[in-house]
Design a protein around this ligand. Structure first.
Ligand code: GYE
Length: 309
């Protein structure tokens, strides 16, 4: 009689790891580099990546995470657009026994067991680095009288906006002459950065000495607004921003930006390793920080060709 042999099945351990990743959006040069890094690294690592772009909306991220749970992916990673409001969906992932890795941005949850680890920059420290540069600059450039700063904040409620403001304020309060006279969100985009800077410039009630932008893209948008208002960036208004993307180095080389604080978006390779480790049952540190520097205009031309994003 004819007997059927054992049904061939791919052993689960040999199947490629499936990673569901929910990205914030495509709001900045930083984000574009981050997405490219994640996609490339997944390919390199032989990981099947399910990638979802949330277009800067938390509700889209919640939907994406729920769909990853329904698809029974091995690991979920995401870069949360804002800090709060994640308890419910992360509990759902935990109940489904799918580990979650936070990438780039942190969440505010009461139960830290809702995620395995968080890999990303120390945004408070980035704010402090910007603040230290400003303290020093104020001492040299505005020896007397008030020093008025306008601030372009990142996305309202996001970890980098909250932390970069906090770290910056912590440092600049050492000099009572320095004041943030206006502060508004430009949502981390060039278009919004330009629009809000135009409004800051129109007010004309206070001299603006310096602009602190939570990312380079908003600074680049603001530079346009400053020039269109007939002023000279750097000369009339000093500009400090964060990320260290190519556009910032180009602006520094052109004499239009004073300094950028580096924030590394190339998290892909480390994220893939973490996904593999967590799948293999390894215990991971709860927090993994990336190392970063500060680049001023005088080194921009020399550094630009070495930049990877
Ligand atoms: O600085 C900004 C992006 O979360 C660190 O998001 C990231 C920030 C980055 O839109 O350019």
């Amino acid at each position: 009689a004819l007997t059927l042999g054992p049904v061939l099945s791919v052993h689960a351990a040999d199947a490629p790891l499936v990673l569901g990743f929910s990205q914030v959006g495509a709001e900045s040069e930083w984000r574009t580099a981050n997405t490219a890094s994640i996609k490339d690294a997944a390919k390199q690592a032989g990981i099947t990546l399910k990638f979802a772009d949330a277009q800067q909306k938390q509700e889209n991220q919640v939907k994406a995470i729920r769909s990853f749970i329904a698809q029974k992916v091995d690991v979920i990673a995401f870069s949360p657009v804002v800090e709060s409001g994640w308890d419910t969906v992360l509990r759902e992932a935990k109940n489904a026994k799918i580990p979650v890795i936070l990438t780039d941005r942190a969440v505010n949850v009461t139960d830290p067991s809702l995620y395995v680890t968080f890999i990303g920059s120390d945004f408070v420290e980035e704010g402090r680095k910007a603040g230290r540069w400003v303290l020093d600059w104020a001492k040299k450039t505005v020896p007397q009288g008030e020093v008025n700063i306008v601030e372009l904040q990142g996305t309202v409620g996001s970890a980098p906006a909250i932390d970069r403001k906090k770290g910056f304020e912590e440092i600049i309060k050492a000099d009572p002459r320095i004041k943030i006279v206006r502060s508004q969100s430009g949502d981390f985009t060039r278009a919004k950065g330009k629009e809000v800077m135009e409004a800051f410039l129109k007010a004309k009630d206070k001299k603006i000495h310096l602009l602190y932008a939570h990312n380079d893209d908003m600074a680049i948008g603001a530079i346009q607004a400053i020039e269109e208002a007939g002023l000279k960036p750097v000369k009339d208004i000093a500009i400090v921003s964060i990320d260290g993307v190519r556009g910032a180095f180009e602006a520094m080389v052109a004499g239009k930006l004073n300094v950028t604080i580096e924030c590394n978006p190339l998290l892909g390779p480390q994220l893939m390793q973490l996904a593999k480790d967590v799948k293999a049952g390894k215990t991971l540190p709860k927090r993994i920080t990336t190392e970063e520097g500060v680049f001023t205009a005088d080194v921009a031309a020399q550094e630009l060709p070495k930049r990877k994003y």
